[in-house]
Design a protein around this ligand. Structure first.
Ligand code: PRP
Length: 212
């Protein structure tokens, strides 16, 4: 019976980039890039099984041992602080966590700042350090729309190209933290399968070094 290393990959744009890195590192599974709706795919010869999961759920699978390894954005890792090991910065999915606001907005400092975001802990910590009172408005996406509709004063969100901000009349007020994709491992998996995990990590590191 094949002893599979189970890898949770984030579905979507980032996942495809990341899979290419695993492929280059010697862990191909061409079916992953085919036009199908399969969520679990494997390459028995290489002893690898991939799962496509929602990016924000990767660390849940890894922490609970349903996957040995996973790739998660450092935004999710900082926000949720899962109990996993962070093994490698893959240096893809690079973006910034920022405070953004309408170009005409100025902080009068009078009342609690209404902050719309998908990352309430990161936002709370950031403004607490600045000593600014805030009222967090938790959203699950399209956060840029909140100040346009008067729901919030500012947003805390991720900026990659800056296109979404620009096209919605917003701009970066402050940078909070740089973000990139990280290889993570479950603590139990790392303990019992560390040889194979470290071998994969070394191969991926070589791919990362080759791409920079
Ligand atoms: C992310 C992020 C911004 C956008 C930034 O959203 O939350 O909205 O990408 O990218 P840009 O700077 O290149 O324009 P995502 O696509 O994940 O969708 P969401 O708004 O539903 O969260």
């Amino acid at each position: 019976m094949t002893d599979f290393i189970r890898v949770a990959l984030p579905k979507g744009r980032l996942g495809e980039k990341v899979y290419t890195m695993f492929d280059k590192a010697g862990y191909p599974c061409p079916e992953l890039m085919e036009d199908n709706r399969k969520l679990v795919l494997e390459n028995a010869e290489k002893g690898i099984r991939y799962f496509w999961v929602k990016p924000s759920d990767v660390a849940v699978y890894v922490q609970r041992g349903a996957a040995d390894l996973g790739v998660a954005g450092s935004d999710v890792l900082v926000e949720n602080a899962p109990d996993v090991y962070e093994l490698l910065d893959l240096k893809v999915g690079i973006c910034q966590m920022v405070v953004a606001a309408p170009v005409t907005w100025e902080d009068t400092g009078i009342r609690a700042l209404r902050v719309a975001c998908k990352y309430p802990r990161i936002a709370a910590r950031y403004f607490e350090e600045k000593g600014r009172d805030i009222d967090i408005i938790m959203l699950n996406g399209s956060v840029e729309i909140a100040p346009l509709l008067g729901l919030s004063d500012v947003i805390v969100d991720i900026v990659e190209t800056g296109k979404t901000l620009k096209e919605n009349g917003l701009h970066v007020v402050e940078n909070i933290l740089p973000i990139s994709a990280r290889l993570i491992a479950g603590k139990t998996s790392y303990q019992f399968r560390h040889e194979r995990i470290l071998e994969m990590c070394a191969s991926l590191k070589a791919v990362v070094e080759g791409q920079t």
